[in-house]
Design a protein around this ligand. Structure first.
Ligand SMILES: Cc1ncc(COP(=O)(O)O)c(C=O)c1O
Length: 481
């Protein structure tokens, strides 16, 4: 079956589902609204005041003093002491102590952050700050309501159109977070069987194939989809394309979906997207990529992992978040116009949750503009990856360098030594985030770390490398909770 970009069977099923919604009179369109500028007479200024012009968004050719602030933090000394003495804050007394600590006046220790997801280091960018402040001064937080009621403004529309363009899709749905985006999309996918069953044919279920290590928001979205009754779930071994191929070959259901993270947040590896594209041609499934960690970071234009591997046309629906590479908050689903219509009605967490405040939509828009133009940031990340690999010997394929140590105590000790030396790296000790006995340091490299930062960090990490277990040994371990 040859599929070029469009997945024609799925297009028909989605159109049929929309017809059912229309026939039942439960189709509720988005209500786009332009906002007026405060202080001006509403009657005089009915036109949209905000122009999203490229030249308003100043960009820079290389690292600037403010960029470094994105990875420089400080923490109360006494809290650090507690972390160093391995208090795990699981008992009530220890948690009460923690609360007291954060309110006390005390000394702070400066730390370099290697734990956040602000991969491009945009969180202190003045252009984004200005766009946020301007929108806040002009609009306050904007109308409060679901996008189906009154939360869908010219700011959200502009953001959707720039994201659709970036992901080379017809349309885009902006959600209040990446978590909400996955929940909404998967409940919309789950609704298709039910909607088609309301027509003349008795419909069989939809088969969804999900990677064992997919993000919690996908797993929770699948739970909702299953609850709707129209979905059968198949979990395949992490990145194991032979396993996926065998499951697809044995599955006789006609409607199939494969959903995967594009870049796994706790393992730092890419999904084999080229191989997935090949399997999509063979089996004709709907390919859904959660590009939370890849968007803005990978691909020449920051279009994400599919752009990096030159297979954007093979991805039917691309989920993303604005909280990582774009340094803001919010999520999105880049898709066809018909999927957008279905998601806005059947994506429950989209329809029943308040839209993002206007200043955040403005911030995200500015971020997407800056991320696209300041391509030097993508180059810098790759340099930091190469340096980290050369100094530690740990193979690094993405900006998330995963140092799997295995033993939780040793992993905690490594993070404590890093903390004492001025580096904040989070130890991931076990379930529900990663499987048992695969405790690890999750080191996130950014465009605004320096070679010097990486050198110092790598010196400490190298001591623990001999304790590392190869990540291939972990793929057979149980699925995430
Ligand atoms: C793969 C993946 N998908 C979705 C999300 C959720 O994104 P958000 O933080 O915007 O809710 C995350 C966040 O960690 C993620 O790693």
């Amino acid at each position: 079956m040859e599929l070029m970009g469009k997945n024609s069977s799925w297009d028909l099923w989605v159109e049929e589902s929309l017809k059912t919604l229309e026939s039942k009179n439960i189709y509720m369109p988005l209500k786009p609204m332009n906002l007026s500028v405060s202080g001006q007479q509403y009657e005089d200024k009915y036109e949209a005041p905000t122009k999203f012009q490229e030249d308003e968004y100043q960009t820079f050719d290389g690292i600037q003093p403010w960029d470094r602030l994105a990875v420089q933090i400080s923490m109360p000394q006494s809290f650090i002491q507690q972390l160093l003495s391995a208090v795990d804050f699981t008992t009530k007394n220890e948690r009460d102590e923690l609360e007291k600590l954060s309110s006390k006046e005390q000394q702070f220790k400066k730390l370099t952050l290697f734990a956040g997801n602000d991969f491009l280091g945009l969180s202190r960018h003045p252009t984004i700050a200005k766009a946020t402040a301007k929108a806040a001064m002009e609009q306050g937080t904007g109308p409060r309501g679901s996008p189906l009621i009154c939360g869908y403004t010219n700011y959200h529309i502009a953001l959707e159109s720039i994201l659709a363009k970036l992901k080379k899709k017809e349309a885009c749905v902006v959600c209040s977070s990446g978590y909400v985006a996955n929940m909404s999309l998967l409940s919309a996918i789950g609704s298709v069987t039910t909607l088609l069953s309301a027509g003349p044919a008795k419909e069989e279920k939809t088969a969804i194939f999900s990677d064992q290590f997919n993000h919690a928001s996908i797993i929770d979205g699948l739970t909702i989809a299953q609850r709707l009754g129209g979905v059968e779930l198949f979990v395949y071994q992490h990145n194991d394309m032979s396993h996926l191929d065998a499951l697809l070959t044995n599955c006789k259901m006609k409607r199939k979906v494969v959903v995967t993270d594009s870049l796994f947040s706790m393992d730092g590896d890419f999904a084999p997207v080229v191989e997935l594209a090949r399997l999509r041609k063979k089996h004709g499934f709907l390919l859904v990529l959660d590009d939370a960690h890849g968007s803005f970071v990978w691909g020449k234009n920051g279009g994400g992992v599919a752009e990096e591997f030159n297979c954007e046309n093979d991805v039917d629906i691309c989920v993303g978040t604005l909280s990582k590479g774009a340094s803001c908050v919010g999520g999105f689903i880049a898709c066809s116009k018909t999927w957008k219509q279905l998601i806005q009605i059947m994506g429950r967490s989209y329809a029943f949750s308040t839209a993002a405040p206007v200043p955040l939509a403005a911030a995200s828009y500015a971020s997407v503009m800056v991320a696209r133009k300041e391509s030097w940031r993508r180059i810098e990340i790759r340099k930091r990856m190469q340096e980290f690999q050369a100094l530690t010997g740990i193979p690094v394929t993405t900006q998330i360098a995963c140092v799997i140590i295995g033993d939780p105590d040793k992993t905690r000790r490594a993070s404590q030594e890093l903390l004492e030396s001025g580096f904040f790296v989070v130890p991931i000790l076990g379930p529900p985030t990663v499987p048992l006995n695969t405790a690890r340091l999750r080191v996130t490299l950014t465009a605004v770390h320096t070679t010097e930062d990486v050198k110092k960090l790598a010196t400490i990490i190298s001591k623990y490398v001999r304790l590392q277990i190869p990540s291939s040994d972990t793929s057979s371990l149980s699925a995430r909770l």
